[in-house]
Write a protein of this length. Structure first.
Ligand code: FAD
Length: 547
């Protein structure tokens, strides 16, 4: 009988162990976990800190006892794997009682990642915490109970934003510091600004485009000093500047790594025979851009764990582990922000020619109560129209659209395929032309030249060299418009074409409205009358957020 040893007893590791048992009643399955808990809900930790989850026991999805009872797993907590001998097929385990060797036939590495610690003076202050484990979450709650009033969160990635909101929910004055120009760095600027606004609405001070330089530890309270001289008082500093694979023990033992992340083949096999790896600790290939990077997300880790067990126990028949596209979602106050696939920066680094479309459709029929906009953007291959990436922010309906678009990326769908999707519709849920269908129609028009776009980033060039034609109503126009813009509501355009032509005086016409719908109609009128025209992608809603 086989002895399968798993290092790390949470997402990827426990998925592998549980699946292994379901496939093989005779295998001996040992799970070695450094911490005091296994199978805990790391993704749920911020909601315990914020108080929405009240009972910390709810974070413990399984216990060693429940896993022994249900799956006959030998789960050993407080067991830190500190060495690996691939030739002897043993790992060295350190526990309070001393060290021991544990032998394996198959070894699954699922050590996850650790909070990365930037070289910042003062991070050794006892007020600096991370949010990775149940004890971390309990400590944060403890600090709140002990009267912490000011918190500084370093890093506004997913965990940083969740931590900031959670601490603000607890009544603390929270500041978040992010080196990138906006919170949630993987998001495009024009959508991330909506998240920044929402954080401010929640009372969180947002410091972006600035580095934290040091943490000054004082008896009463710490001070976080930023590169621009800002000084932020902190009873609590949450370090959330990213993660790095927790693999040094295994790399030292000869397991091939790329920038610290374990290299695996399509079945999770490492360079060392008999050793597999999954989860945050591994590197994968971005299926859109070909870039190599670790993906620190729970879904890919759980699914890879399951497939690794298949490969160990059913060699030759297991399905390969797909490369994750990196679909992710986060709640920020009353908004949801989600993304899938590649963003602009990744596409540009990879040298992939792409087109971007922005749209702001309602999540469900506009006439049904509660209608609200989904701010959506898609990147598509300029040549083949394939969906490369999508992002959305809105109060409702974001999760459904991004999941459909994630599925579309996995399936290699194009703009045309998005138009053709049959999606569930009745007024409380969607539109007869769902936002995903609409995005496909818009993209198809752009790709085949029916619609020509200009972008918020081009605004300076447009202001200096084109006639800006604002086709919103007069009432909208007077609330604010670009300097020098000519206002011709789209309903009057056909009668006032001569006026537009005279005003343009040979210059290109760059049209805009609030969301891009009316300006697209206007563009068709203008272009068919022989004018050089283009419509602002996403309209003033996108322009305002991007400026
Ligand atoms: P982990 O689940 O981190 O498990 C690794 C375990 O290995 C740890 O318990 C560690 O103690 C143990 N270990 C490490 N080294 C050793 C060793 N040498 N010996 C013994 N044990 C060892 N992902 C999402 O998709 N959605 C979310 O909403 C989301 N929210 C998150 C919120 C927070 C606060 C955090 C921290 C993470 C969140 N994640 C989320 C990420 C997700 O939790 C991880 O991607 C996922 O848990 C990775 O699984 P893993 O098995 O690779 O590692």
């Amino acid at each position: 009988p086989k002895r399968i040893v798993v290092v790390g007893g949470v997402a990827g590791g426990m998925s592998a162990a549980a699946r292994a048992r379901r496939l093989d009643e005779t295998a001996e399955i040992v799970v070695l976990e450094r911490g005091e808990h296994v199978s805990y809900a790391n993704c749920g930790l911020p909601y315990y800190v914020g108080g929405e989850i009240t009972d910390p026991a709810a974070l413990l999805v399984q216990t060693p006892e429940s896993l022994r009872a249900a799956l006959a797993l030998d789960v050993r907590t407080g067991h830190d794997v500190v060495g690996l001998d691939p030739r002897a097929r043993t790992v060295t385990v350190r526990r309070t009682a001393g060290t021991e060797q544990v032998a394996y036939d198959a070894l699954v590495l699922a050590p996850g990642a650790q909070a990365s610690r930037p070289p910042l003076p003062g991070l050794d202050s006892p007020r600096v915490r991370t949010l990775r484990t149940v004890p971390d979450a309990l400590e944060l709650r403890g600090a709140v109970r002990d009267g912490a009033r000011h918190a500084v969160v370093l890093g506004a990635g997913f965990i940083g934003v969740e931590a900031a909101e959670a601490l603000a929910q607890q009544g603390l004055e929270v500041a978040v510091v992010e080196l990138a120009p906006h919170p949630l760095p993987p998001f495009e600027d024009e959508l991330a600004q909506l998240v920044a606004d929402e954080l401010r609405r929640l009372g969180v001070a947002v410091h972006t485009g600035v580095a934290a330089e040091s943490v000054v530890h004082e008896a009463e309270r710490d001070t976080v000093v930023l590169a621009d001289g800002t000084r932020l008082a902190a009873d609590l500093v949450v370090l959330a500047t990213g993660v790095r694979p927790d693999t040094s023990v295994f790399e030292a033992a000869g397991v091939a790594c790329e920038r610290g992340a374990v290299v695996v083949d399509a079945h999770g096999r490492t360079s060392v025979p008999g050793v597999w790896a999954v989860g945050d600790a591994t590197v994968s290939t971005d299926p859109v851009t070909g870039a190599r990077r670790p993906v620190a997300l729970a879904g890919p880790a759980n699914r890879a764990g399951r497939l690794v067990a298949d490969d160990i126990l059913r060699p030759g028949t297991a399905r390969p582990i797909p490369d994750p596209v990196g679909t992710a979602i986060v709640r920020v106050g009353s908004l949801t922000a989600a993304l899938t696939g590649a963003n602009r920066a990744a596409l540009e680094t990879a040298g992939i020619a792409y087109r971007t479309v922005h749209l702001h459709p309602n999540q469900h029929a506009g006439y049904f109560p509660g209608a609200g906009q989904v701010h959506l953007l898609l990147h598509l291959g300029a040549d083949d129209g394939r969906l490369l990436g999508a992002q959305a922010v809105g109060a409702d309906g974001v999760d459904k659209r991004i999941d459909v678009l994630a599925t579309a990326i996995r399936a290699g769908m194009t703009a045309g395929d998005l138009i053709d999707l049959d999606l569930a519709y009745s007024p409380p849920y969607g539109q007869a032309k769902d936002p995903v269908n609409l995005a496909g129609m818009l993209a198809q028009n752009v790709l085949d030249g029916t619609l020509r776009l200009w972008y918020a980033q081009d605004v300076d060039a447009v202001l200096s060299g084109a006639l800006v034609l604002d086709v919103r109503s007069k009432a909208e126009f007077v609330t604010g418009h670009l300097p020098g813009a000519l206002n011709v509501p789209h309903t009057e355009l056909r009668e006032r074409l001569a006026e537009v032509r005279a005003e343009a005086a040979g210059r290109p016409v760059r049209v805009l409205c609030a969301s891009g719908v009316r300006s697209a109609i206007a563009h068709r009128v203008l272009t068919q009358s022989g004018l050089d025209s283009a419509s602002l992608s996403g309209g003033t809603l996108t322009l305002r957020a991007a400026l």
